[in-house]
Design a protein around this ligand. Structure first.
Ligand SMILES: [Fe+2]
Length: 268
């Protein structure tokens, strides 16, 4: 039972590559369920539109997670409650529209829980991710409420992500970090059977500064006159992780980084 998680899809480059390549990847790797972080998928590189949500779902993405940019396209606030395949972080203040957790049916009929959380350090202010995680696990149990649990922890710093990974160890199938747009090489199975990767990287053009036009980004660091950030438009690398999950206990048998296309060295 293989689950693919794709890191933050950035702009047209990321969306086009997912639409073009995902059906092939699903076939080739016998993937049963696909989750992708889509909070940078709009053409401006921030937020996601209803149209893009449909396009990604039609290309084979089962669930789209988000993070700090979830509301950057205004329409999202209105349509998210009608689209249960689009999640926002569970721990946002004041319980806005949409959900941070849902249970879905995979192609093979497994119940897959997907939990979207956002970190507290160097991020927009939100409820404490650790306290919310503890409350979540008091109510939701692997193999009781769902066959598998995938956690997208959208955060900036590695220590916070690693701590949340260990906190969920034995209670989730995979804990994967998103948001930095840089893939880490520390994929492993933790002591109690949960697969973990600090950051899935992005699905976008790596000839850039985390997906954004590099010249403009350098100008901004020099504080020269510059435009708002805008995405690089070259060929994307799709970056993420594939977890081989065990239906007996809901934990991970194997975990492998995944990089396809574009300028990053491919791991496929
Ligand atoms: Fe983010």
């Amino acid at each position: 039972m293989n689950i693919l998680f794709l890191g933050d899809i950035v702009g047209n480059s990321g969306c086009n590559s997912v639409k073009k390549n995902l059906p092939y990847i699903i076939r080739e790797k016998a993937i049963d369920f696909v989750i992708a972080n889509g909070e940078n998928a709009a053409k401006e590189g921030v937020g996601i539109t209803e149209n893009i949500t449909h396009e990604l779902i039609n290309s084979g993405v089962d669930v789209i997670t988000t993070g700090n940019h979830v509301w950057d396209q205004k329409e999202t606030f209105d349509y998210i409650s009608q689209q249960n395949r689009l999640l926002r972080p569970l721990n946002l203040f004041n319980n806005p529209p949409g959900n941070g957790f849902e249970i879905y049916k995979s192609k093979k009929g497994f119940k897959i829980g997907v939990l979207n959380l956002m970190g507290n350090i160097f991020m927009k202010k939100c409820n404490d991710a650790f306290i919310e995680s503890k409350k979540f696990l008091e109510k939701n149990k692997l193999k009781t409420h769902y066959d598998f649990l995938i956690v997208d922890f959208h955060g900036e710093i590695t220590s916070e992500k690693m701590a949340i990974g260990h906190f969920f160890d034995g209670s989730a199938t995979l804990v994967v970090g998103t948001h930095t747009h840089v893939p880490t090489n520390d994929g492993r199975i933790l002591q109690n059977g949960t697969a973990y990767l600090t950051d899935a990287g992005m699905c976008g053009d790596y000839n850039s500064v985390i997906g954004m036009n590099k010249k403009n980004s350098i100008n901004r660091f020099f504080k020269k006159e510059s435009k708002k950030h805008f995405p690089a438009e070259g060929e994307a690398s799709l970056s993420g992780v594939i977890v081989e999950a065990d239906p007996k206990n809901g934990l991970a048998n194997n975990v492998n980084s995944f990089i396809f296309g574009g300028s990053l060295k491919n791991i496929f």
